[in-house]
Design a protein around this ligand. Sequence first.
Ligand SMILES: [Zn+2]
Ligand SMILES: [Zn+2]
Length: 338
Amino acid sequence: MIVETSAGLFCEAGGFYIDPWLPVERAVVTHAHGDHAHPGSSSYLCASEGEPLLRRRLPDALIEALPYSRRVRLGQVDVSLHPAGHIRGSAQIRLERRGDVWVVSGDYKRAADPTCAPFEPVRCDTFITEATFALPIYTWDPPSFVIDDIVAWWRANRADHRPSVLFCYALGKAQRIIAALHGRADGPIHLHGAIAAITGTYRDAGVAMAPAERIAEGMRGTALAQSLVLAPLSARGTPWMKRLSNASTGFASGLMRVRGVRRQRAFDRGFVLSDHADWSGLLSTIGETGASRVLVTHGWSEALARYLAETRGVETGTLKTAYEGEAGELTHEVEDEV
Ligand SMILES: [Zn+2]
Ligand SMILES: [Zn+2]
């Protein structure tokens, strides 16, 4: 039902592409991250909750929004979107034709996230799963533990009169952190402009979040000594950072599970907080779908496909995307600066 093409995954019977990276006639988009939502297509279909975010990225596009679980007929295929739990509005795409069911996961996670609907397991015959963190070393602690660590780090820095700069990607991760700090923040939260704009879209959608303000132009030094500052990685090493010269720096990412990565990238602290499923989350999800065939994409796909073939006895394969990095989340951090 789905084949790889030079423009992306294509469903011929339905006449549409999923997250195409070249302009096409009809794009069905799993979510608004830059490596999934590319400009130039004639029309886009996305989940209703994700529409304002997709519109931010593609202001002039023709976008059609579909509530989760509602079916539409595209060509000869029944299509519906189901929560992926990755960022707000993220969707798995379910395709059904003559009793054959395929699900394309897009990016997904199983951990709690107050900014979006939780992942919904969907039964299918063929499951196309992401594999951003598909290695056994990737295991996540409960997000509440990570938030506790962030709060403790912030408090210690406040006692030293140093700002706490927490790098995170601008769409999804930042808002997840601000929402998790709702009712817990005991100091001021300040935002880089790129994060402030997207956070506004989340607030407009009614997501409850801690108070947080964009850093004003002249703000620097002692004015930020008590603040938790959220900034995208792209702000690192730019003149914008000069106002925060004595800051303690942290990075919130699944990549921080690997200590060498934190050292190499010279953050004072790493907080292991990911918007992707960890190894056990991937395996349990694949089991829950009941799929007899699992196609793996986006990240450590070979490793996961091999493991599934050896241990689960399911038919497996890998699919290439235009953004195959050794760690997909890093790709997101580079791609997702708005
Ligand atoms: Zn994503
Ligand atoms: Zn992705």
